[in-house]
Design a protein around this ligand. Structure first.
Ligand code: FDA
Length: 305
């Protein structure tokens, strides 16, 4: 049942008509729990509140299915504005972005040009950029872009998904770049030809890549809400005497906020991923796919309005 629900919401997440309709009609159906607001000003307010609680942040201006240059340019402009605002207000925040928003599906030249504009501003303003990992079909291009940018810029990282069979080989390939990586389980609907279908295998691979990256001495962001993984990391870093400066935990805005604070109180670095903007639909559907309890929360929201 849980698997069928996950597939259903991941299927919905790819629907372009619903994406456009959602964008037009604003934050609905409980999405506000997971999205900080429509505008950068609203996001800045939320970042300040998070920072005051000792939480670091990464912000993401939401955008999916960018299929023309004008839209890609708007995404670039928004990323640049966010970087400048972080510097201007002295916020403890990084920026996360998706290459498809910057024109990945349009042309290799356009996405490279756009990423260089963003990276130049980020470098000038000392803001770290994480390139989110999207579905399998974009994985190689995303890693290639990361490697290309990393040769010129220090302040860039990307994401590795534990559910992919190729992941361990990718980590070996990335090793020479001393990458700062966010490690996740993986959020997209993938075929069993490319990704582990069983949760147990994903969890085991997740633990494996966490160990590899930490032992290689690279900065590691462990992005999960899973207590089993968090406990595993706590024990592993203790046993191997890995300093707290070499890793951080990350969680999504609106998910397990009490645990976020608890980890800060225990002395760990915790970064919250804060999405904002009007294009919230695909992001929201992936969050519903992850956890039936989120669906119940939304249904309650709909029926009590
Ligand atoms: P999982 O979904 O397996 O949940 C495990 C356990 O966590 C649950 O059984 C429950 O105990 C607990 N839990 C989860 N949600 C809860 C809730 N709402 N309330 C209470 N308990 C809850 N993916 C991707 O493909 N590309 C990317 O770039 C990113 N980026 C990214 C950034 C950040 C900061 C995070 C946290 C996640 C991502 N992801 C991602 C998403 C990631 O791949 C994954 O889909 C989600 O994190 C869900 O997986 P978990 O590891 O949380 O465990």
């Amino acid at each position: 049942m849980e698997k069928a629900m996950r597939n259903f919401f991941l299927f919905l997440s790819k629907n372009k008509t619903l994406t456009k309709a959602a964008k037009k009609y604003g934050l609905k159906f409980g999405a506000a729990r997971f999205v900080a607001g429509d505008t950068l000003e609203q996001a800045i307010q939320v970042i300040k509140e998070m920072n005051d609680k000792g939480l670091a942040v990464t912000i993401d201006y939401l955008g999916e299915f960018v299929d023309n240059e004008t839209e890609a340019n708007i995404m670039v402009k928004n990323a640049i504005e966010a970087i400048k605002a972080i510097a201007q207000y002295g916020l403890n925040s990084q920026v996360s972005l998706k290459l498809t928003s910057m024109g990945l599906d349009l042309s290799d030249e356009l996405v490279l040009e756009n990423m260089q504009k963003i990276m130049n501003t980020a470098e000038e303003n000392h803001v770290f950029i994480t390139i989110d990992m999207e579905d399998f079909t974009r994985c190689q291009k995303t890693l290639d872009m990361f490697k290309h940018l990393k040769m010129k810029y220090e302040n860039v990282g990307t994401v590795i998904q534990a559910y992919l069979y190729r992941t361990k080989a990718d980590m070996v390939d990335l090793e020479e770049y001393s990458p700062n990586l966010r490690l996740v389980k993986g959020a997209y609907k993938e075929s069993s030809k490319v990704a582990f279908p069983e949760k147990e295998d994903v969890d085991n691979n997740f633990k494996e890549i966490i160990k590899i990256h930490l032992l290689n001495g690279h900065y590691t962001a462990i992005a999960t809400h899973d207590d089993m993984i968090i406990d595993f990391v706590k024990k592993f870093v203790k046993n191997k005497a890995i300093p707290k400066e070499q890793f951080e935990f990350q969680m999504l805005y609106g998910i397990r906020p009490e645990q976020q604070i608890e980890l800060v109180e225990q002395g760990y670095k915790m970064r919250v991923y804060i999405p904002y903007g009007t294009d919230w639909y695909g992001y929201f559907m992936r969050r519903l796919a992850e956890r039936p309890a989120n669906v119940m929360f939304v249904l309650k929201g709909i029926f009590t309005k």
